[in-house]
Ligand binder design. Structure first.
Ligand code: SF4
Ligand code: SF4
Length: 330
């Protein structure tokens, strides 16, 4: 269900709707044990024209509720940063901007933050999977924890930047999660938890998954940890999935989210091939907007074909449905 955009677009702005997640580049400064992006070749960078088209063509209305930029690491990779001016020039196309980063190495990540910070509110999600050597082992980068914490310390000096930590529970950190929760508490930073997930699309974690997934005992320990230390909306469902039951809380991505990856693919989210709306947007300017609209219009078809079943076992730290999103779509 797309809305025509162009000269006839109403001049009065209404509230935005939907979440646009854009992966600006596959490269980053880490080599995480559960992520296939560092091994992807060739590394890709999102076309400027695709970014502009996505920003200017939300599925409903004339602006997005939220735009999130991710990677790879959009703050660290110079080619990703070169897209920031086009993103910031279209502030009227979204209500909120968020960025996901590992903050490693700290120097380039802070350079990226400086380039992205135009004084408006900015949500900064920093991935932190442990304290000290636990984090270094998950990132497969010695000194990663020291870099990430230096980045956080500098970033929090910016009053308009709101920092939240995100942690992926996996085999390497499942027994050390309390240390992370203690760190977050001491820093007075919110932290949200996901459990390492299978993905056969974009980040392609399948070749790595068997070495980092939780066994039954570790899943039980993760359930215990979440029960004791976490208060996020998804906890009940995460515990359900870890016990082998389907999750119940719908995900906003499924109904209101679009992922545009740096290779030009459009998807509902990055978890499954079943959720790919279009493999590659054309680079030709005249064809781009119609192709984007056609990709978005495929959502009902994918849902009718059962793409939503992927969500039942999803442990990604996704966007849980909120009361303010209105009635849950059937
Ligand atoms: S999970 Fe993020 S920080 Fe880690 S390798 Fe992948 S893109 Fe980089
Ligand atoms: S629940 Fe998981 S699989 Fe479903 S849309 Fe959200 S992130 Fe994607």
């Amino acid at each position: 269900m797309s809305t025509a955009v162009g000269p006839e677009r109403a001049t009065a702005r209404r509230s935005g709707d939907g979440i646009l997640i854009m992966s600006l580049a596959t490269a980053c400064g880490c080599d995480c044990v559960f992520c296939g992006l560092p091994d992807s070749r060739p590394h890709t960078v999102l076309d400027r024209s695709a970014l502009v088209t996505a920003l200017e063509h939300p599925p409903d209305g004339d602006r997005w509720e939220e735009v999130n930029i991710t990677g790879g690491d959009p703050l660290v990779i110079p080619a990703a940063r070169r897209l920031f001016p086009d993103l910031l020039a279209r502030r009227d196309r979204y209500e909120r901007l968020s960025v996901s980063s590992a903050g490693v190495p700290a120097g380039p990540a802070l350079t990226g933050l400086q380039a992205l910070d135009d004084g408006h509110p900015l949500d900064l999600y920093v991935s932190l999977d442990g304290v000290g050597e636990v984090h270094d082992r998950v990132r497969r980068r010695p000194g990663a924890f020291a870099e990430a914490t230096r980045f956080v310390a500098e970033a929090r000096r910016r009053e308009n930047v709101h920092i939240a930590l995100t942690c992926v529970i996996n085999r390497l950190n499942v027994d050390r999660l309390d240390e992370l929760a203690d760190y977050a508490e001491a820093q007075r930073l919110p932290v949200s938890y996901a459990v390492v997930n299978r993905s056969d699309h974009y980040i392609n974690s399948l070749p790595l998954y068997q070495d980092v997934s939780l066994d039954a005992e570790q899943s039980a320990r993760a359930v215990d940890f979440l029960t004791r230390r976490s208060r996020q909306r998804l906890d009940t469902d995460l515990r359900r999935v870890l016990r082998g039951e389907p999750r119940e809380l719908p995900c906003r991505l499924l109904h209101k989210g679009v992922l545009l990856t740096s290779d030009g693919a459009t998807a509902i989210c990055g978890t499954s091939q079943r959720m790919v709306l279009a493999e590659k947007l054309p680079s030709d300017g005249a064809e781009l907007a119609p192709a984007w609209t056609a990709a978005l219009d495929r959502r009902p078809q994918l849902l009718a074909a059962g793409a939503g079943q992927t969500c039942q076992t999803c442990t990604t730290n996704c966007f849980a449905w909120r009361t303010s999103d209105g009635p849950v779509p059937s």
